[in-house]
Design a binder for this molecule. Structure first.
Ligand code: G6P
Length: 611
């Protein structure tokens, strides 16, 4: 939530900050602002309610000077979206400006203390408490960096911050605890950002700040210390990202581009990790935990949103292919419920961003209880990736559309590879293993085929877009696909949709079905096909409108459903990788036809770093 960027160098800072903010906008987009410093000429602040493009318009009328600045795009937590609550926030003296991503939990206590000292607050935000506290300490000590350290030692909660001070016109300060922050090292310039996409056009050399570290950037170089003033050696990494990956490349929206990227991203996810002929899986990131994987007697999977749906697919994969009992938990529930972790438990956390606060907390809770925790993460170097014992990267490149698509299919592919690997160590024969792996390798091409349904799906969306209530049904491994299809529709088209195991319909939700209600039934040919056909009959008897996703050549459903979307045949256990494609397209087209901002749906943010 919230994106922050800071710059110090020789380029005019306004453009650098605006371009960076556009790239970070997926993190929050209810208000935005910048503060720049122009030598000793003082701090220039501009803030607007709305999108980054609104800030850009504002700056065209009223530009900001300088080559040092900070900027922010907000997802409101404390205080409604308003100009006064937008960042950057200033201290009482107006000498300090700060942008913040995270939550200061003890802001009330700090505010009461500072108000007692005669300081007047201007906003309703938790962030202002932090900048006012730094300002108060600076007033007393005259030492800027030490004041930042002391203030950060006093705050509870999470932060990624960037700060500038009128008295130090050649210094930019950044710090983090619990919210992502990296420092980009360019030529005669430094950048600070919530993620790499905002700085990649300037540099690919980055230092990922660790929790409790403060970076001071300026002509003298980069100095990192802890909040206790212990010096830290900067570890420089290379950003694994290209500018091309974060641009639209002719697509109308990132979400559509990302849906279409899936054949390629799935190839990337599996490249070099599968040897179908030898019947072997090689997941390099897991070698250090081979023993734990081989000995696991129970798996515990956790994630949020789409990642949780991938975990549910994982449950079927692990139980069927590896015969290892598997439980799936919402990370937000797991973190507070004292999970039972015994010696044979192997935990797995799934997260596209690698920064989701609940998933991170669940990971820490499981580690505290002694579990080995593996990560299935997309963003390289993210907090979850760093804190897990070992892990597998998705390799799908940056996912920018708030509604997750290519990360979902990659998460399933990784779980499938791991399930085969575990199965092979247990009971799968070489030829059974080879069969599943060969089928996995064929999936990208089948996804390519499934994408050809786009036009048919568009027609369907035109017919159904005005309906306000939908059901999505699936059975077995396609039950999570139904959940994910419903989530996609809700997220971006604001249509109410519910996903269910098909057989549960008769225990209540069937009461919702009336004439013309769209019911999407995920029904590829498998051992439960007959059962799901009966469910379709039940919907038809109540005049619901059935949209069936089934296997190519399934003539039986052609006569039964109002619309049939046929996807290529694959092993039933791998079918979610193809059945999910038309559902992603359906949600996309409904949202587009309703005129919504597909990549930035209301109230949502891509990286949820608050509880
Ligand atoms: C947010 C996003 C979802 C995503 C979930 C988990 O709610 O809007 O699309 O699935 O977070 O994110 P993660 O980065 O942990 O996969």
């Amino acid at each position: 939530m919230c994106g922050i960027i800071g710059y110090i160098g020789r380029k005019p800072v306004e453009r650098v900050l605006l371009t960076g903010l556009h790239r970070l906008e997926y993190r929050g987009y209810d208000s935005a602002g910048v503060a720049t410093l122009n030598g000793s000429g003082g701090i220039h602040v501009r803030r607007v309610v709305g999108r980054v493009r609104d800030l850009e318009r504002h700056l065209q009328q009223d530009p900001v000077p300088g080559t040092l600045g900070i900027a922010h795009t907000r997802w409101a937590t404390h205080g409604r979206p308003s100009e006064i609550n937008a960042h950057p926030h200033l201290d009482a003296s107006g000498r300090l400006a700060l942008v913040h991503n995270g939550i200061i939990e003890n802001h009330d206590t700090i505010r009461t203390f500072l108000e007692g000292q005669g300081i007047t607050f201007r906003s309703e935000t938790d962030t202002e408490a932090l900048v006012q506290l730094i300002g108060f300490l600076y007033e007393q000590t005259g030492d800027l960096v030490e004041s930042v350290r002391r203030a950060l030692r006093d705050v509870d909660g999470t932060y990624g911050i960037a700060l500038l001070c009128r008295d130090a016109p050649e210094t930019l300060i950044a710090a983090r605890r619990g919210s992502p922050l990296l420092v980009g090292i360019g030529e005669d310039e430094y950048l600070v950002s919530s993620d790499g996409s905002a700085i990649i056009e300037h540099t690919s050399q980055v230092v990922y700040l660790q929790d409790g570290e403060i970076a001071v950037l300026g002509p003298a170089g980069l100095t990192i210390t802890t909040t206790d003033a212990v010096p830290v050696e900067a570890e420089v990494s290379e950003l694994e990202m290209t500018l091309e990956q974060i641009e639209l490349a002719g697509f109308e929206h990132h979400m559509l581009k990302e849906i279409y990227e899936q054949p390629e991203t799935l190839r990337d996810t599996m490249r070099g990790r599968i040897d179908a002929r030898e019947g072997r899986v090689k997941l390099g990131g897991l070698v250090t935990c081979e023993r734990e994987i081989a000995r696991a007697r129970r798996l515990l999977l956790a994630g949020c949103g789409t990642a949780w749906h991938a975990a549910l697919v994982g449950e079927y994969l692990f139980e069927e292919l590896a015969r290892v009992p598997t439980e799936v938990e919402y990370a937000s529930e797991l973190r507070y419920r004292n999970p039972i972790i015994d010696e044979g438990t192997l935990a797995l956390v799934i997260s596209q961003s690698g920064e989701t606060a609940d998933t991170l907390a669940a990971l820490r809770e499981m580690k505290t209880k002694g579990a080995t925790v593996l990560g299935v993460v997309n963003v390289v170097g993210s907090t979850i990736a760093r804190e897990t014992d070992a892990g597998v990267y998705l390799r799908v490149g940056p996912e920018i559309g708030v509604a997750s698509t290519k990360a979902f299919t990659a998460q399933i592919a990784v779980l499938a590879m791991l399930a085969v690997d575990m199965g092979r160590r247990r009971h799968l024969s070489p030829w059974q293993t080879a069969e599943v792996l060969a089928e996995l390798e064929a999936i990208p091409e089948k996804v390519e085929q499934a994408l050809k349904l786009d036009e048919q799906v568009q027609d369907l969306a035109r017919q159904l877009v005005d309906r306000d209530n939908w059901l999505y049904l699936g059975r077995g491994v396609n039950y999570p696909v139904a959940l994910e299809g419903a989530l996609k529709l809700k997220e971006i088209s604001y249509i109410h949709a519910e996903g269910l195991p098909a057989a549960e319909m008769k225990h209540g939700p069937i009461a919702l079905i009336d004439k013309g209600m769209p019911v999407v039934v995920v029904a590829p040919r498998d051992h439960m096909h007959d059962k799901i056909v009966s469910n379709i009959e039940e919907i038809r008897s109540r005049q619901g409108r059935v949209i069936a996703v089934t296997t190519e050549g399934d003539t039986r459903l052609r006569g039964l459903a109002d619309a049939v979307l046929e996807v290529p045949a694959t092993l039933p256990i791998l079918s979610p990788l193809v059945t999910t494609i038309p559902l992603q397209l359906l949600a996309y087209h409904c949202a587009r036809l309703r005129g919504h901002d597909v990549d930035k749906p209301r109230n949502l943010a891509k990286s949820v770093t608050v509880e």
